[in-house]
Design a protein around this ligand. Sequence first.
Ligand SMILES: Cc1cc2nc3c(=O)[nH]c(=O)nc-3n(C[C@H](O)[C@H](O)[C@H](O)COP(=O)(O)OP(=O)(O)OC[C@H]3O[C@@H](n4cnc5c(N)ncnc54)[C@H](O)[C@@H]3O)c2cc1C
Length: 384
Amino acid sequence: MDLAYTEEEEEFRARLREWLASVLPGLPAKPSPDDWPARRAYDTHWQRTLYDAGYAGLHWPPDAGGRGATPTQHLIFLEETERAGAPYVGANFVGLLHAGPTIAAEGTAAQRARWLPPVLRGDEIWCQGFSEPDAGSDLAALRTRAVRDGDDYVVSGSKIWTSHAEVADWCELLVRTDPAAPKHRGISWLAMPMDAPGVTVRPLRTLAGSTEFAEMFLDEVRVPLSHRVGAENDGWRVTMVTLSFERGTAFVGEVVACRRTLDELAAAARANGRWDDPVLRRRLGGLNAEFRALWRLTQWNVSEAQRSGGVPGTGGSVFKLRYSRARQELYGAAAEVLGADGLDLDREWVLDRLSSLSYTIAAGTSEIQRNIVAERILGLPKGR
Ligand SMILES: Cc1cc2nc3c(=O)[nH]c(=O)nc-3n(C[C@H](O)[C@H](O)[C@H](O)COP(=O)(O)OP(=O)(O)OC[C@H]3O[C@@H](n4cnc5c(N)ncnc54)[C@H](O)[C@@H]3O)c2cc1C
């Protein structure tokens, strides 16, 4: 892998930097972290701004409406938007980073034409209905049923921990279409409209006080057969594609954000005298090395994915495992640097610290990532 930037890539960086400097000052103020409708409006406005300037879906293939940019351009985009303090993908996370890429990889031409442009334009928001009360890590144990009735599936069951369900238009939903089949073989992947009759969303409050996720109750919800992505009962394979995007590439922009946070922490430590503590300096230095290594791993994962047809491999589990741990350590170090001041600062620090605790659970727990690394990368025997 060649990590040097070409002249063309440096030009791309310069143009992007110039564009960011021209648009960011005109952005509306960031809404309160708890106001999800306002956050949706803010995030979709930013997505539309990117779209109008030709920066939406840089890493998506051209036949899915993307720009077909090189992996390096995509990483430059992430670096520069973060460096400039541009808004994060936010409520468009699922649509842009894993439901959209799954439809691009597995959907029919009609499905791509229906669902991908609104994601790129920021017109429609997606959520993920995978987890159930008794099927989280053991995702294939899901029980939500979908029974064929004419041209529709009739879906009944419940989902939990559905991020952004309150503001989503669509849900990437896993359902059981053949209860008699072995558990991995009777699953299908559907696109469910969130405004369909029978969908009830009940927000859940997190440790940080936010209602970022919800329970979903599905009572005889009709979903057209044409909304199934992939073949009936082949949903587990499609799910693996979704999870490989979720673990492999969806969090990469956040690594840049963590590096920026680390720089801010070092500056705060210098300003408040904590920098004189060699133990703390070593801790921040260790984190700096970890985030640099994670960025290299990201570069490797993204270019490998591009080389092998666009779908990231199991290397994403190594990334997810290390990244979620490093993020928690970063906010632990922040608490040490800022002390009581950290609580008085802008409330986002506190929320970020509390939400960092969820990173080793969301998108597959660390124990599950270790199992994947052990079995699929190291070739160790499968656990019972
Ligand atoms: C902030 C956040 C956002 C989320 N957003 C979504 C979302 O939008 N959509 C969605 O569908 N889900 C979402 N989730 C759910 C998430 O994917 C699940 O919480 C996760 O997969 C773990 O499942 P569980 O909570 O059922 O825990 P369990 O599966 O009950 O696990 C409990 C503990 O047992 C361990 N364990 C379980 N099985 C094994 C094993 N085989 N080997 C070793 N250890 C094991 C786990 O690692 C964990 O420590 C979100 C979760 C969080 C925290």
